[in-house]
Ligand binder design. Structure first.
Ligand SMILES: [Zn+2]
Length: 198
């Protein structure tokens, strides 16, 4: 039995994993040895699981909260709201935008997962709001060593206006009832404070 050839997507960047995909031990380290780049994380996971206490939980948002926020590593969506695992549904993307996927998640959250409060939370010094599409394409293209002008990044020209529009998009979704509270906040990555915008 032969394996059918996989069509090559010309937009897929060629990289060191192209002929080693799926081999967990095929990544060379700085000294040339083969190592798994996930080793430290898997070890940390074992420690995490050793005193795991969330088993058997049904996965609803215990605090009734859903947060749409940016992928930015400076944001701790649960911690900044005094919440813990199990309390909230979190949806993240570059810029913290309410896009089609976010709305899908929020509808599920509201109807199946106990969500009755939705926070939309972009943040200060966000690359998606401080760089132009052209700048991001140039930066990514430089890093990738290839043309990236075809890649969309959905940058935000006016962060405040985008946030107001995003909150309205949630409010006006036919499957999200008026009983659900929806707020738009800007998270300050230098103070940890949320500022209510809408
Ligand atoms: Zn961001």
């Amino acid at each position: 039995m032969t394996t059918p050839a996989t069509p090559v997507d010309p937009t897929t960047p060629a990289g060191p994993t192209s002929d080693t995909a799926g081999d967990p031990a095929a990544y060379p380290t700085a000294d040339g040895a083969l190592d798994d780049p996930f080793d430290d994380l898997i070890a940390a996971n074992a420690a995490f699981a050793a005193d795991f206490s969330l088993g058997g939980f049904d996965g609803v948002a215990k605090a009734g909260v859903a947060v749409v926020t940016c992928m930015d590593s400076r944001i701790a969506p649960l911690g900044m709201l005094g919440l813990h695992p199990g309390d909230a549904k979190i949806f993240r993307n570059p810029g913290g935008r309410v896009n089609t996927n976010a709305l899908e998640a929020l509808v599920l959250g509201v109807h199946l997962l106990n969500v009755n409060r939705i926070l939309v939370v972009p943040h200060t010094r966000c690359a998606a709001a401080t760089r132009s599409e052209t700048e991001l394409r140039e930066l990514v293209g430089k890093s990738a060593g290839m043309d990236a002008s075809w890649q969309h990044f959905h940058v935000v020209a006016d962060q405040r206006a985008a946030l107001i529009a995003d909150v309205r998009a949630v409010h006006s979704h036919p499957l999200i009832p008026d009983s659900v509270a929806v707020g738009g906040f800007l998270y300050d990555v230098d103070t940890g404070l949320l500022g209510r915008v809408i």
